[in-house]
Design a protein around this ligand. Structure first.
Ligand SMILES: *Cc1c(COP(=O)(O)O)cnc(C)c1O
Length: 414
């Protein structure tokens, strides 16, 4: 049998290669940090989700070591059989305090959290109303439930249905979807959104969403993976940033980005919802418990962020500086305030090749960034997505900006 599949896959892989869409992975030969080693050479990393510089922070590494010493390497069990330690309960409580919620349930990843949250809560008659640009794990999680689905045009709050010029298809605004879900007499309605959208770095209109949720009696679920730890003045996420703390019913998030970057995620929210997920969430019931080292380091990360806003403040200042100087240099940047800074190449000919060439050339200058092309982003929206970190020093930022300008001039982009 495999012969047939082998040649088929080989052809498809060759197609990807020909279209320059094959994902070649670069190998890092050091810890994850602002400065990393690639092919024996030190380069500055500008494409990690290491927003707060905690991925190799000495205090987190120490906390992980200590937790291995005290609670071991693994639990060899799901939570409900014999996989719950005191530290798992501590972390759930600490996350709840940090996010201002009743309770929290841990998962091995936010991908699992999103895979777990919809199916037990929303049945065939209910309505899931979801932003068109939500993360793949939300799309998959929603697919696992039998609920009715409405997809609203990205961040469009209006009561309209009109042709989307980018796709040529009809698209609805959120309020139109809510009205239709009302007309369909769905018992429960939930509006689902990423807090921050990872490709453009834009922030969901949570004020608008919460207002509409109140008007149409819907729940709100926010995936804050690209926000928890640094968005908002105390780093509590997009709810804090948008001034809607207490109005979001369910938050899902990851420990695999700003909070240390290893793995792990959670669903946080109302007590009964979390209790129900402990009893019905399939990736919780049928997948192994989060390892002690991860729990220990995540506890430490939250400790650091609760004591001081220094890291998120530094990240905010770094982001402002980078965005300001790159815009002044003439780069086409999607405006915003998030450390995700997309540098756009769509207005130049051969934009996807240009983005790849740019990324390769700037690596020779010691700056590590990744180009994104179709199908990860729409055609013509090719970009280099820079991600700023609190661990970047002023010198790192200056070196990166100078390298961008040098290669930008060489490739006639600025
Ligand atoms: C990264 C990300 C995830 C996946 O998180 P993991 O913990 O790595 O599985 C889920 N949702 C969003 C919005 C993300 O950005």
């Amino acid at each position: 049998m495999y012969g047939k599949m082998k040649s088929n896959l080989a052809n498809q892989l060759q197609d990807l290669e020909n279209q320059k869409l094959y994902k070649h992975e670069r190998i890092i030969e050091s810890v994850q940090a602002a400065e990393i080693t690639v092919k024996g050479k030190k380069v500055l990393n500008f494409c990690a989700n290491n927003y707060l510089g905690l991925s190799s922070h000495p205090e987190l590494v120490k906390a992980a070591h200590e937790m291995i010493d005290h609670r071991g390497y693994g639990l060899s069990s799901v939570r409900f059989i014999c996989g719950t330690q005191d530290i798992h309960k501590q972390l759930e409580q600490k996350v709840s305090e940090f996010l201002g919620t009743d309770d929290t349930i841990l998962f091995s990843s936010c991908f699992d959290a999103n895979g777990a949250v919809f199916e037990p809560l929303f049945g065939a008659d209910d309505a899931i109303i979801t932003d068109a640009l939500n993360h793949a794990s939300i799309i998959d999680g929603v697919r696992l439930s039998k609920a009715k689905r409405w997809v609203y045009k990205h961040s469009d709050m209006r009561n309209v249905e009109e042709e989307d010029p980018t796709t040529g298809k009809l698209a609805k605004g959120l309020e139109r979807c809510l009205i239709e879900a009302d007309e369909a007499k769905c018992p429960y309605k939930v509006i689902v959104t990423d807090g921050v959208f990872s490709m453009d770095g834009d922030i969901a209109n949570l004020k608008g969403i919460c207002d509409l949720a109140e008007k149409y009696d819907a729940l709100v679920l926010v995936d804050d993976s690209h926000s928890t730890g640094f968005m908002g003045k105390k780093g509590r996420g997009t709810a804090e940033h948008c001034g809607v703390v207490g109005r979001v019913d369910i938050i899902t998030t990851t420990f695999g980005k700003a909070l240390g970057g290893a793995s792990g995620g959670c669903v946080s929210g109302h007590k009964e919802i979390i209790d129900w997920l402990r009893n019905r969430g399939r990736p919780y019931l049928f997948s192994n418990t989060v390892p002690p080292a991860v729990v220990g380091a995540t506890l430490k990360a939250l400790d650091i962020l609760t004591k001081s806003t220094e890291l998120r403040d530094r990240l905010e200042a770094n982001t402002k500086k980078f965005r300001k100087e790159m815009t002044a240099a003439g780069f086409d940047i999607i405006p915003g305030e998030h450390p995700i800074t997309p540098i756009m190449f769509g207005k130049y000919p051969n934009s996807s090749e240009l983005a790849v060439t740019f990324a390769n050339k700037i690596l020779d200058e010691g700056i590590y960034v990744t180009p994104f092309s179709f199908p990860v982003v729409p055609r013509g929206k090719d970009r280099i997505r820079v991600q700023i970190s609190a661990s970047h020093t002023d010198e790192h930022l200056d070196k990166a900006i100078a390298a961008f300008i040098k290669i930008g001039k060489e490739l006639k982009v600025v």
